[in-house]
Design a protein around this ligand. Structure first.
Ligand code: KIV
Length: 305
C-alpha cells in the first residue's frame, strides 16, 4: 500500500506551461477574483488562474479597466490565493498589472510587479503592450518575476483604440502584431495573451513563437484559451460577445433563486420547520413580567434551565 501523503497536488510552473506547447496539450486559463470562485476554478482543473483587471468591469461595475489600482489587484490576488489554498487544483497563478502601474517608468514597473508577487502571492504578472514594453518586461523578469504579455486588443488602451474592436485585420497591422509578439518573446515573456484577432493571424503568431499563446477571441489555433469567469458562467445574461461560450446560465438561475427567496420570506414559507432550531432545555422568560419584578436584565430573553 502506498504511504504517500495526500497533500495538495504540485502546481504547474511557467516551465510546465511552456512544455504544454511542446506536447500540444492545450492550456485552459480562467479569471477569478474571489476565494469562492478561485476554489471552484482550481478544483475544476484549470491550468492557470488569472486575476484580471477585468475585475474593474465585472466586480466593480466600471465602464473600463482604467480605475483599477494596484491595491485593488493585491486585495483580490490575496482572496484568490486563499481560495486556491483550499482546493486540490494545480493552476498556475498570474495577476494583472493595472493601468498606471507599469507605464510611467521601468523602476515603477519593477517595484509594482514585486509587490504583486510579495503581497498578492502572484507567481507571474501580466501586462498589456507590444514592443514598446520590451525593456520594462526585461527589467521585471530580471528582478525574478515572470511576465505574461498581452497584445492586440488591450483594454487599458480603449481610448486609443477607439473601442473594444477586433485588431490586426489588415496586413500591415497584422505584421506589427507579429513583430510585437516576437519582441515580447525575446524580452523574456513566458506566455502571450492574444486578444480579439483573426484566427488566421493567431495561427501565424502561434506557429512562430516558442512560448505558448493564450487566446481570447483569437480562434482555435492558440496554445491555450482564457475566458472571464463571469462570462463563461453566464452571470450577466445581457453580455454575450461573439467569442464567449457560456457553459452555464447562472444569471438566470441566480435571479430565479432570489425571486423565490423573497417570495417565501414575504409569504412566510421560509423558514420552514427544517430550518428552525429548538431546545427542550430552554425556558423562555417573560421579559415584561420579570423585568417588572426587577429580576432580569431586560436584554435577556432566554436562559438555559
Ligand atoms: O483582465 C482580464 O481578465 C484579461 C483577460 C481577459 C485576458 O486580461
Amino acid at each position: 500500500m502506498s504511504s504517500q501523503p495526500s497533500g495538495p497536488r504540485r502546481r504547474l510552473t511557467i516551465h510546465d506551461l511552456r512544455k504544454m506547447k511542446g506536447t500540444g496539450e492545450k492550456i485552459a486559463m480562467v479569471t477569478a477574483y474571489d476565494a469562492a470562485i478561485a476554489r471552484l476554478v482550481d478544483g475544476g482543473g484549470a491550468d492557470a488562474i488569472l486575476v484580471g483587471d477585468s475585475l474593474g468591469m465585472v466586480v466593480q461595475g466600471h465602464e473600463s479597466t482604467l480605475p483599477v489600482t494596484l491595491e485593488h489587484m493585491i486585495y483580490h490576488a490575496t482572496c484568490v490565493r486563499r481560495g486556491m489554498a483550499r482546493s486540490q487544483g494545480r493552476a498556475h497563478f498570474t495577476v494583472d498589472m493595472p493601468f498606471g502601474s507599469y507605464q510611467a517608468s521601468a523602476d515603477d514597473a519593477v517595484k509594482n510587479a514585486m509587490r504583486l508577487a510579495a503581497e498578492g502571492g502572484a507567481e507571474a504578472v501580466k501586462l498589456e503592450g507590444g514592443a514598446d514594453y520590451a525593456e520594462v518586461i526585461r527589467r521585471i523578469v530580471r528582478a525574478g518575476v515572470p511576465v505574461m504579455g498581452h497584445i492586440a486588443l488591450t483594454p487599458q488602451s480603449v481610448h486609443r483604440m477607439g473601442g473594444y474592436l477586433v485588431q490586426g485585420k489588415d496586413a500591415e497591422k497584422a505584421q506589427r502584431l507579429l513583430r510585437d509578439a516576437k519582441a515580447l518573446e525575446e524580452a523574456g515573456c513566458f506566455a502571450l495573451v492574444l486578444e480579439c484577432i483573426p484566427s488566421e493571424l493567431a495561427r501565424v503568431i502561434t506557429g512562430q513563437l516558442s512560448i505558448p499563446t493564450i487566446g481570447i477571441g483569437a480562434g482555435p489555433h492558440c496554445d491555450g484559451q482564457v475566458l472571464v469567469v463571469n462570462d463563461l458562467l453566464g452571470l450577466d445574461s445581457a453580455f454575450k460577445p461573439k467569442f464567449v461560450k457560456r457553459y452555464a446560465e447562472l444569471g438566470g438561475s441566480v435571479a430565479g433563486a432570489l425571486e423565490a427567496y423573497v417570495r417565501e420570506v414575504h409569504d412566510g414559507a421560509f423558514p420552514a420547520e427544517e430550518h428552525v432550531f429548538h431546545s427542550a432545555s430552554l425556558r423562555l422568560l417573560s421579559v415584561v413580567e420579570d423585568e417588572e419584578r426587577g429580576e432580569i436584565d431586560p436584554q435577556v430573553v432566554g436562559v438555559p434551565v
